[in-house]
Ligand binder design. Structure first.
Ligand SMILES: Cc1cc2nc3c(=O)[nH]c(=O)nc-3n(C[C@H](O)[C@H](O)[C@H](O)COP(=O)(O)O)c2cc1C
Length: 220
């Protein structure tokens, strides 16, 4: 599969089999990730590959619980549902949509590791942080596209940020390291060929998002 095909066919995967992923494939994904552009060659990034069975189980549990909190915030409660009923419904929903997460063979964690930040609270700090974060995003996208080309599924995930203290403890992160994005990595039950209907409905046509020469001239 060429790069254009892999970009086109990458879709967020949320149902996985327990088929193992080879060490060689994981190593290649990491190395391809780390070929992404990085601000000032700062390489203000690292990756944690989680394969240990106990850690994976704890990871999946944490993501599902973080997801439940996210849904609790974002999804409207059913009519007449009490806050407690809404919370329970969101926990059940999270457990259902991420039902296969406990058997995912590996997790990837994208890290920002500041290396060039002056650390003096200067006006450049936010600029450098943004540049570092963008680089981590590029790295992760490289890995997700390369995974797709290998028949492997991923989904950029931020649910860990809703249970961040527990997540940081599990990954033993030092205070200066941030983990903006994680992903399960495994063979999908099947690759989604299109977006779910609810997302399809809200997907903007590309022509409305491309402006010529200046803001205000969208193509559609
Ligand atoms: C920064 C970022 C964070 C995301 N966080 C989550 C998440 O926490 N859980 C999840 O299931 N999907 C998450 N997604 C996946 C998006 O929902 C998904 O990319 C989007 O709906 C488009 O679908 P596609 O990836 O199949 O094109 C995230 C995507 C991005 C880029």
């Amino acid at each position: 599969m060429d790069a254009i095909d892999a970009i086109r066919k990458r879709r967020s995967v949320r149902r996985f089999t327990d088929k193992p992923v080879s060490d060689a494939d994981i190593e290649e994904l990491c190395r391809l990730g780390l070929l992404a552009p990085t601000d000032s060659m700062s390489q203000a990034w690292s990756i944690i590959v989680v394969r240990d069975a106990k850690k994976r189980a704890a990871f999946a549990d944490l993501i599902v619980r973080g997801g439940a909190r996210y849904f609790e915030m974002m999804r409207p409660p059913a009519e007449g549902a009490s806050p407690e009923e809404h919370r329970k419904a969101c926990e059940e929903y999270a457990a259902t949509v991420m039902e296969t997460y406990p058997k995912v063979p590996a997790w990837l964690v994208g890290l920002r590791v500041p290396r060039t930040s002056p650390g003096d609270g200067s006006a450049y700090e936010p600029v450098i942080r943004d540049a570092n974060m963008i680089s981590v995003g590029f790295m992760f996208e490289n890995m997700m596209v390369a995974a797709r080309a290998k028949g492997l599924g991923t989904v950029a995930t931020v649910f860990h940020l809703l249970v961040e203290d527990e997540f940081r403890a599990l990954m033993e992160l030092p205070d200066h390291v941030e983990a903006p994005v994680v992903s399960p990595l495994g063979y999908p039950e099947e690759f989604p060929t299109s977006l779910p209907p609810a997302l399809k409905k809200i997907k903007r046509h590309w022509t409305t998002l491309v402006h010529d020469d200046a803001w205000g001239n969208p193509r559609g």
